[in-house]
Design a protein around this ligand. Structure first.
Ligand SMILES: N[C@@H](CCC[C@H](N)C(=O)O)C(=O)O
Length: 260
């Protein structure tokens, strides 16, 4: 049987999107999700996202990495599902939706710029060479000198699979500062097991980590990724970060039919 899917991207982090309000998708079929995300044998994507009905929220987001496993929060995917819900007519320009890490408020403007409220961050662990924090997904953040030429895939994989993060692993972000409130970021994503063009929870982690390290005094930070520009804003009270927003474009790419 053929079903309709949609493809969206947020700063080059791309997702297969399925409207699953009628429960049409076999949610436990890891191989199917991995096949649909495969760039040669499938549609292609860094992940697959289901839009489902939710009790008191506008909708629920269920996120799978391209390896086929359901995972933790995806910030760029969260921005894309807001654009998707808007295109389906489920929401107008503002929403409250549920995801694995709780409820999110978001807005979308006439240009498709989505502003997504991320979860509060209460713990930021600072080590000699890196910072670790959870912004909905776990993130290792490391400052480097050679960002443009860094072998993100191999160095990221070594850190992700090192003893530091056990079986669950971590996403790994490499950062270089360009101005007081501007940083360039490249991310190795767990579950994609490669560098992606952008990671929303990753740039959120970088912005907060740079504030904690005293690299910036700004509460509005610009992040440049290989896939485009994102902004992160937050309020800080000591080690607590609230009102964390991830802001950037989310775009429809194409729509098609696939078998599952
Ligand atoms: N691309 C995402 C992060 C997706 C989750 C991550 N791969 C994990 O499993 O932790 C983002 O934009 O935040």
């Amino acid at each position: 049987m053929e079903y309709t899917f949609y493809k969206y991207q947020g700063t080059g982090n791309d997702f297969v999107m399925v409207d699953n309000r009628d429960d049409i998708f076999p949610k436990n079929d890891t191989k199917l999700v991995a096949k649909l995300c495969d760039r040669r044998f499938g549609i292609g994507g860094d992940g697959l996202i289901l839009l489902e009905n939710a009790g008191s929220a506008d909708f629920r987001m269920v996120y799978y990495n391209s390896d086929g496993n359901e995972s933790t929060m995806c910030g760029n995917g969260g921005r894309c599902i807001v654009a998707f819900a808007n295109a389906l007519g489920i929401i107008d320009n503002e929403t409250e939706f549920d995801a694995v890490d709780g409820r999110h408020h978001a807005t979308i403007d006439e240009y498709g710029i989505v502003s997504l409220h991320m979860k509060d961050v209460n713990t930021v662990s600072v080590y000699e060479d890196y910072v670790f924090l959870d912004t909905g997904s776990p993130h290792h953040v490391e400052i480097v000198d050679d960002l443009p030429v860094l072998d993100v895939k191999h160095i990221g994989a070594n850190i992700r699979y090192s003893g530091l993060y056990g079986d669950k692993g971590s996403n790994v972000n490499f950062v270089s500062q360009t101005e007081n409130d501007k940083f360039s970021v490249r991310t190795y994503e767990r579950g994609v097991e490669d560098e992606t063009l952008s990671c929303g929870t990753g740039v959120t982690a970088v912005a907060i980590a740079m504030k904690v390290l005293g690299k910036t005094d700004a509460n509005h930070v610009s992040l440049s990724t290989p896939g485009g520009e994102l902004k992160v804003s937050f309020a800080q009270n000591g080690k607590q970060f609230t009102n964390v927003y991830l802001i950037g474009p989310a775009k429809f790419v194409f729509k098609g039919e696939a078998e599952w």
